[in-house]
Design a protein around this ligand. Structure first.
Ligand code: FES
Length: 102
């Protein structure tokens, strides 16, 4: 059953604007875009690259390994259009970041 789990704080995310976390075997990538916090499956579907280390420009995330690109707002892969990266609902309570995980 999906539930919101505290995974980090805004202070932890603020340092770099992106954070890679592991929770029960799931790799998560957190990003800060203005006031919004975005949580994606952090493992690139191409060959497992670390999406949290990718570059973001105009809401497009580029994987650091081979350059596959993803729309941060939807999780859709812009390189292999049949693929969508899981994007998880996020809630911020005080400075705690909670992500709804499966
Ligand atoms: S592992 Fe991400 S583009 Fe290859």
């Amino acid at each position: 059953m999906p539930r919101f789990i505290k995974v980090a704080t805004l202070e932890e995310l603020a340092a770099s604007g992106a954070l890679e976390l592991e929770h029960e075997g799931l790799i998560l990538a957190l990003f800060r875009q203005g006031d919004e916090v975005i949580a994606l499956d952090g493992m690139c579907p191409h060959q497992g690259g670390p999406l949290a280390s990718g570059e973001i420009r105009n809401s497009v995330l580029t994987c650091p390994w081979h350059g596959w690109q993803f729309d941060l707002n939807s999780g859709r892969c812009l390189t292999a259009r049949s693929i969508s990266q899981a994007r998880y609902p996020v809630r911020v309570e005080g400075s705690d970041i909670l992500v709804e995980l499966p």
